[in-house]
Each structure stands twice: as structure tokens, then as C-alpha cells.
Design a protein. Structure first.
Length: 165
């Protein structure tokens, strides 16, 4: 897998620029790119999406193959490394930041990217001095995991959503 999608990329797409009714081609493209092993996400992201009880939740339920399991040994070990890093930084962060981060999909997404050598796709940006929450790019940088945003991924994979002439 080349790219692993964070929840925020799918939620933002649905809510803002690739509404499922306005641009259904984007959602079909994701399915096609999953079938060619270019794009995926993880089951923890699917769980977050399904909590929304909306058309994105329905899409996640209808397309379970897009969401990779995180129960393999290597991902579990990598999650432990991510958790150890986060616990080690707890004293410099806002109270509750560790628990908030570790209870969501983000550490699993990074762990799976470490396992698969994939690039994480997120709308979060690197911010070295952040103290309020753990950011995906900050953790990725520590482990040498690449990250980009949705639009960089679309450009790299040469996505084209063109109406027929």
C-alpha cells in the first residue's frame, strides 16, 4: 500500500470539497485505487467514520476492503513504539493529550504506515512546538514515516475527475 488515509481526509472531503452527491467520482476513485493497492486506510479509521451515522458511515460499511486490519504482529509492535514515544513526551503536553491520542485511530495509522512503508495522508501539519495535542506529522517525523495531504496524493496519483465531453 502506498498511501494510508487519516479520518480527517475523508471527513473533510465529504463535508467540503468532494461531497458524495456532488463528486461521486472521488469516492469511486478511492475504491479503484484501493483495488490497485495504492490507497487504503485502517479499521480504526472505519470505526471512527461509522460513528458519524451519515453517508460516509454508510460508505465505510459498504467498502470494508479499504480498511486494513491492525492486529498483525508487526503493527502491534510498532504501536507499542508509538505509545512509548507518546508516554515519554507526556510531561511536556497538555493534561489528557496522551490518553486522547492513544484512544483514537492516529497511533494505529502511524503504526500501520511503519509496517507497510506507506505514506500517511492527513490534513494535520507538522508543528514542533505544539503542546495541546499529539500531531500525526510530529510522530511520523520521529519514526521516518512520510506524510502528505489529500491534494498532494491526488496529484501524485494523477487523479482526474473530468466530465465527458
Amino acid at each position: 500500500m502506498k498511501y494510508l488515509l487519516d479520518s480527517n481526509t475523508l471527513i473533510e472531503a465529504k463535508n467540503r470539497y468532494y461531497s458524495m452527491t456532488v463528486c461521486p467520482a472521488y469516492w469511486l476513485w478511492l475504491i479503484q485505487k484501493n483495488q490497485s493497492h495504492d490507497v487504503a486506510s485502517i479499521t480504526s479509521v472505519s470505526k471512527e467514520l461509522r460513528e458519524g451515522k451519515d453517508e460516509l458511515a454508510e460508505w465505510a460499511i459498504a467498502n470494508p476492503e479499504i480498511f486494513l486490519e491492525v492486529d498483525d504482529d508487526e503493527t502491534q509492535i510498532n504501536f507499542g513504539e508509538v505509545a512509548n514515544l507518546v508516554f515519554g513526551k507526556a510531561a511536556t503536553m497538555k493534561t489528557g493529550a496522551v490518553e486522547e491520542f492513544l484512544s483514537g485511530a492516529d497511533p494505529w495509522l502511524i503504526a500501520k504506515a511503519m509496517t507497510t512503508k506507506a505514506t500517511v495522508v492527513t490534513h494535520e501539519a507538522f508543528h514542533a512546538d505544539v503542546k495541546r495535542k499529539f500531531l500525526i506529522p510530529n510522530i511520523c517525523r520521529h519514526f521516518g514515516v512520510s506524510w502528505i495531504n489529500t491534494f498532494e496524493m491526488l496529484d501524485t496519483l494523477e487523479a482526474r475527475f473530468v466530465l465527458p465531453a
